[in-house]
Each structure stands twice: as structure tokens, then as C-alpha cells.
Design a protein around this ligand. Structure first.
Ligand SMILES: Cc1ncc(COP(=O)(O)O)c(C=O)c1O
Length: 428
């Protein structure tokens, strides 16, 4: 069978075997991957500016991650921590407790996915405060399980038709000075919520992405996070930072909330934590994390030994290869190149970034008032045909986010950016 026939055959099999609910940005099937490159079943090479949605920050199959998992695989693959624990689980927790911002004593819990860690953050906040309400922010994405979905602040494509949602979840405006929503206006929106929907004495937690990921790579202004911290402190509310996408080195610091100089009470981590193995974590103040009685948190697979081995290797690589610093450097280079591209591509209305959380926003008109999902889709498609994997995002679908592995070679990064520049000339 020819190689092209293989892709078509897999597309047909997928059609009859996989639910339509599973989206797929590119009609491609992976065969193998290494650092920032993926080869598909046709043998075609792609430069990966997605990192599997911000997961392989340390590159596809980093040799250290691969070796650590191979060693663990010779020992055991599962015991279930609720039956018999292993040292690597404790070590991952120790490392996380020491890494997250602030001097307060910390405890950790390991799980499988971002959504699961979000759900557990809310459980801990409710148990600790004895309160029920949770305030998340519009445009935020927190996952697809029912409570995480309830917290997600975007209807299409995530929430439409999937209600009723979990009770006691409210959404406040996320500040976006670019779109005219100032920090003061966002705080006023939050205060209005206390008047119109839920008294602050009943609020267990604020849940916020320090940089919205799916929402369009929108950093929360540091002042907003600082004011949220103050409001939380004044009212006994737990502040939860969802760093699933923006954490773990991507923002140029280990955690994106460090840019605002705040210490969240609980931090949710996943994606970059274990270099492609399913692992998530909830890290928080010991006093809060220990409000949970035995057996009330966890799960059969949480903190799987292969994933823990991968995470310990990722910690090493982050340190040895100075990944957060690299993220800042790669981000600055991307911003410089994208600003150059924007000079000759009138569709680009905004180039923004925090570390390697870099994005452009595309518009139909010269005044940049009409968000263009069509142009974003055309750009993603054009890039794919040229061998570059891109991802769009944003509530209007007109943002292209750039998430290359932070270990990407300079030549490969520039090759990808050259390809992008060519495609931008075609869609402008
Ligand atoms: C900020 C954020 N929170 C939570 C999630 C949910 O993570 P998962 O897909 O692993 O459940 C995501 C996934 O993209 C995310 O970006």
C-alpha cells in the first residue's frame, strides 16, 4: 500500500471508529517524533510549533526522559499509590513543593490530567473553607470533565449542549486592556458579582489562568493578579492558579504567576510536567491540602510510576538546560521575527507574548476590528502543506499561538518562522 493511501485509510478508519467529539487540528497521523520535528505515516517531516498543545516543552522524546522511563519500565509499571507507594511519587511532590512560589509549607497531589487536577483544586478549596462558590473568568479554559467544563468560560465548542453544569460556579470578566477591558473594569465586574450573584462569604475560590491559553494567549495584567490576591486574602477566599498551559517554564519563568510576584494558595500543573506522559499535579499550602481526609483525594492511576520517572527527568532537564531562560530567549526571537512579518502583513493586528507564550491575532480589515477565523484557518492549512504544524486559539478563533518545544534548535526555529512568513504573504 502506498504511503498516501495509508493516511486516507486511517482517515476512513477514524471516521468509522472514533467519535466525532474528538477534534483534530490536522488530518495527519504521526509515525515518529524527535525534539521539534514529527514525521507522519507518509514519511513527511513537520516542524512542530504545537508541542502537542504545550506538553513536550523539553522536546519529543528527550533522551533523558526516554532513558528514565525505560529504566522504570524494567522495574514496575503500576502498584496504585493507594495500595503501595513508591519513592518517585514522593520525590516529584518534594520537587514541586520546593519549586512553586512562596515560603509557605506545601503539599502535593499527583493525578492524570489537567481537568482532574482542576477538579481536585476545587474539592480542596471547598473542604478547607467550608464554602461552595467558585469564581472563574470569562474566556478561560479549565478542561472538559463536568466540573472543569462548568468552570470553563467558553460556550462553543466546549459547553454548548452539555449542561446542566455544576452549581455554584460563576464567571467574572477577564481583563483585556487590548479590547478595552481595563483592570479596574474587571475588578468592578467581580465586585458586581458579589452584589448580584453570590456574597463573598460564600466564595471558596477564585480560579484563574495567569495567561489564558485556549482563550488566546492573553496574560492577566500583573496588577489584576495582585488585586485578586488582596481580595482573596481580605475575604478568606482560596486563590487557585491554573498553570496547566502557561506553567513549567513556558512563560520565561518557572510559573507564570511569578511575573506578578504573587503566591497562589493552590497551583494546578499538567502538560509540561512529564514530557508527554500523563501526569498532573495540585500543589498548595499544607494547611489547605491537609484539610482533605485520607482516601478523599487520588485515583487508581494518579502519579503513575512511568510518568513520575519522566517528570523527575524533566526537572533535571529544566535545570541543566535552563529551560525557562531558553523560553525567554526563544520568545524574544519569535516576537522580533513576528513584528517584522507584521510590517508587511496587514492582517496581523497584534503580536504578543510572555516568554514563549507567543501569539498573533488576524483580522479581515485594516482597522483590526473584524477578527478573521478564516485567515487563521487558511494560515494553519498553508503552513501544514509547507511542513509546519500550527495551532489556532482565542474566543474568535483568529489567534495563532506558537508553542515550539523549548529545546528547539535555532535553525529549526528559523526554518519554521521562514515558512510562516511565506504563508502570511499568501493569506494577507
Ligand atoms: C489552562 C488549562 N487548564 C486545564 C486544561 C485541561 O487539561 P487536560 O486536557 O489535561 O484535562 C487545559 C488543557 O488544555 C488547559 O490549557
Amino acid at each position: 500500500m502506498g504511503k498516501i493511501a495509508k493516511t486516507n485509510e486511517l482517515l476512513a478508519r477514524r471516521h468509522y471508529a472514533v467519535t466525532t467529539g474528538v477534534g483534530q487540528a490536522h488530518p495527519l497521523f504521526a509515525e515518529r517524533a524527535e525534539n521539534a520535528e514529527i514525521w507522519d505515516v507518509e514519511g513527511r517531516r513537520y516542524i512542530d510549533f504545537s508541542s502537542g498543545i504545550g506538553v513536550v516543552n523539553t522536546g519529543h522524546l528527550h533522551p533523558k526522559v526516554k532513558a528514565a522511563v525505560a529504566v522504570q519500565l524494567e522495574k514496575f509499571s503500576h502498584t496504585c499509590v493507594h495500595v503501595m507507594m513508591y519513592e518517585s511519587y514522593i520525590e516529584v511532590c518534594e520537587r514541586l513543593n520546593a519549586l512553586v512560589p512562596g515560603d509557605t509549607e506545601k503539599r502535593s497531589l499527583l493525578l492524570n490530567s489537567g481537568s482532574e487536577a482542576i477538579e481536585n483544586a476545587i474539592k480542596v478549596a471547598r473542604k478547607y473553607t467550608g464554602r461552595t462558590g467558585v469564581i472563574a473568568f470569562s474566556g478561560g479554559f479549565h478542561g472538559r470533565t463536568l466540573l472543569a467544563l462548568s468552570l470553563t468560560g467558553r460556550v462553543v465548542p466546549y459547553k454548548a449542549g452539555y449542561g446542566p453544569f455544576a452549581p455554584e460556579v460563576y464567571h467574572a470578566p477577564f481583563p483585556n486592556p487590548r479590547n478595552g477591558l481595563s483592570v479596574d473594569a474587571a475588578i468592578a465586574g467581580l465586585e458586581q458579582l458579589f452584589k448580584s450573584d453570590i456574597e463573598c462569604e460564600r466564595v471558596a475560590a477564585f480560579l484563574i489562568e495567569p495567561v489564558q491559553g485556549e482563550g488566546g494567549f492573553l496574560p492577566a495584567p500583573p496588577e489584576f493578579l495582585q488585586r485578586l490576591r488582596t481580595i482573596a486574602d481580605e475575604n478568606g477566599i482560596v486563590l487557585i492558579a491554573d498553570e496547566v498551559q502557561c506553567g513549567f517554564g513556558r512563560s520565561g519563568k518557572m510559573f507564570a504567576c511569578e511575573h506578578a510576584g504573587i503566591e497562589p494558595d493552590l497551583i494546578v500543573l499538567a502538560k509540561g510536567l512529564a514530557g508527554g506522559f500523563p501526569l498532573s499535579a495540585l500543589v498548595g499550602k499544607a494547611e489547605m491540602m491537609n484539610a482533605a481526609p485520607p482516601s478523599s483525594l487520588g485515583g487508581t492511576y494518579g502519579g503513575n510510576p512511568l510518568a513520575c520517572a519522566a517528570a523527575l527527568a524533566v526537572f533535571e532537564v529544566m535545570e541543566e538546560e535552563k529551560i525557562p531562560q531558553k523560553a525567554a530567549k526563544i520568545g524574544a526571537h519569535m516576537m522580533m521575527r513576528l513584528n517584522e512579518m507584521a510590517e508587511t502583513c496587514p492582517a496581523i493586528g497584534d503580536v504578543r507574548g510572555l516568554g514563549s507564550l507567543v501569539a498573533i491575532e488576524l483580522f479581515d480589515d485594516a482597522e483590526h476590528t473584524l477578527p478573521s477565523m478564516a485567515k487563521a484557518m487558511a494560515l494553519v492549512e498553508c503552513a501544514r502543506t509547507q511542513g509546519l504544524i500550527l495551532l489556532s486559539c482565542g474566543v474568535n478563533g483568529n489567534v495563532i499561538r506558537f508553542l515550539p518545544p523549548l529545546t528547539i534548535e535555532q535553525a529549526v526555529l528559523d526554518e519554521g518562522l521562514d515558512c510562516l512568513a511565506l504563508c502570511l504573504q499568501q493569506i494577507k
